[in-house]
Design a protein around this ligand. Structure first.
Ligand code: CA
Length: 233
């Protein structure tokens, strides 16, 4: 049985989430604040956390950063806002997925399942060598100039997809499928992937405004730039 930690201060939503998860066979620990969540984590070892963004004592993002510092517990955010800035923020702190209120219980369960599935399936891929950059997706490591770069699980999945056939162009929907584990409408997919690619470039590119590793193929998608040298893949 997999355990879910639900952190939501709004009683109605918390109950909705708990009933949906309970019906689907999950064990649920539900709390109403970040402090109570950190407390619960001393005794409960959840497989996934569902975090409300607007918590009374800290933001869900801050809580996510605290959780990330302690390990790689998968996190699904619940938010009242669908604004881009919220999504960017959530993804930057390493959220695995994002659900905007109101949501249907069926969609919630599907997302939880997808996140858990992804968390247990490490992507299989060969190591790819670019000038100054080593991507070893199988071992979940990326090194830039021999220094380890910390990537979120979603960012790693994008690199894994792009490294599968280095140089092949993938569109936003293919990349979204790779990161999320389910198909997204084109608009939503390109918005999501744009955020991830931008974060990846900030972390990897010497000059994120003039990317040399992850190239945009206008109107189509993205590809790894393997043309400048041979790849040892
Ligand atoms: Ca709230």
């Amino acid at each position: 049985v997999q355990t879910v930690l639900v952190v939501e201060d709004e009683a109605f939503t918390r109950q909705l989430v708990c009933v949906a998860l309970g019906t689907a066979g999950y064990e649920v620990t539900a709390v109403g604040s970040a402090a109570a969540a950190l407390d619960a984590l001393r005794t409960v070892k959840p497989d996934i956390a569902i975090l409300d963004v607007g918590l009374p004592d800290m933001t869900g993002w801050q809580l996510c950063e605290r959780l990330r510092a302690d390990g790689d517990l998968p996190v699904l955010f619940l938010s009242a806002h669908a604004r881009d800035i919220d999504i960017v923020r959530g993804l930057r702190v390493g959220a695995d997925d994002y659900l905007v209120k109101p949501f249907s219980p069926a969609v919630l369960i599907a997302r939880v399942e997808a996140v858990l599935r992804r968390a247990t399936q490490r992507p299989v891929s060969r190591a790819v060598q670019l000038p100054g950059l080593t991507i070893d997706v199988g071992r979940a490591t990326v090194e830039r100039d021999r220094a380890q770069v910390a990537l979120t699980a979603s960012e790693l999945r994008i690199l894994a997809a792009l490294s599968q056939e280095p140089g092949t162009v993938l569109d936003a929907r293919q990349l979204a499928l790779a990161t999320q584990g389910y198909d997204l409408p084109r608009g939503e997919a390109s918005r999501l992937i744009k955020v991830h690619i931008s974060n990846l470039r900030q972390k990897l590119e010497p000059d994120p405004k003039r990317p040399s590793y992850i190239l945009t193929v206008r109107g189509i998608g993205y590809r790894l730039n393997v043309a400048t040298n041979g790849t040892n893949a």
